[in-house]
Design a protein around this ligand. Structure first.
Ligand SMILES: [Fe+2]
Length: 202
């Protein structure tokens, strides 16, 4: 059995920030530092939330009761990628296992319907690294597993209940935008609160 304590501690620290009414700048600096600490350790994620599937999986690990932030495990099988999508809220991505590539996508030039989108900034994430998506960096991207032969897993934190936010996916060839609500692949979240082993050892 994995020891979920690092995730519980991370969620507590993020909840404190939410209670303090943290600004986006604080989430993207202090929150990023906390996430860097969480992904430095690869022993806490239960196997049920690390399982690849026929397409990439997004497992909700925790949603703040007031939907101020959420924590999601993204699992990429070899060759898997997202559609081009936006977020509309700030996001942090921390690489837990393997590597992934995030490619910013920009509107085509000239900016009119039917013009193919263009790639922008490319971020390759290696184990332990954290990047942000926000209005200050970029909001529209495509993400893929950078490894051809094994699964990659990243831990995402967003400034809302990301699976329930109305967002958009984009057609790379025309830039056409379509309504998108991502949802989650799991029906139950990890149990953060069985502290019996810790208490038995105290
Ligand atoms: Fe994304």
């Amino acid at each position: 059995m994995t020891d979920i304590a690092p995730l519980r501690d991370f969620i507590r620290a993020m909840t404190r920030m939410a209670e303090e009414g943290a600004s986006e700048t604080r989430w993207l600096t202090e929150g990023a530092a906390l996430l860097r600490g969480l992904v430095a350790d690869d022993a806490w994620l239960p196997d049920a939330f690390a399982e690849p599937g026929p397409r990439y999986r997004q497992y909700l690990l925790h949603c703040d009761p007031l939907e101020r932030f959420c924590v999601v495990s993204f699992v990429w099988g070899p060759g898997q990628r997202t559609p081009i999508h936006n977020h509309t809220v700030w996001g942090l991505v921390g690489m837990l296992r393997g590597e992934e590539v995030s490619t910013e996508m920009r509107p085509g030039v000239p900016m009119r319907p039917g013009v193919p989108m263009r790639p922008g900034q490319v971020d390759r994430l290696r184990q332990g690294e954290v990047v942000a998506v926000s209005a200050d960096t970029y909001d529209i991207h495509v993400v893929e597993n950078a490894l051809p032969d094994r699964a990659s897993i990243s831990i995402h934190v967003y400034g809302g209940n990301i699976g329930a936010i109305i967002r958009s996916v984009f057609d790379p060839e025309t830039g056409a935008q379509k309504r998108f609500v991502s949802g989650y692949d799991n029906a139950a979240v990890p149990n953060l609160w069985d502290r019996s082993r810790e208490m038995a050892a105290a």
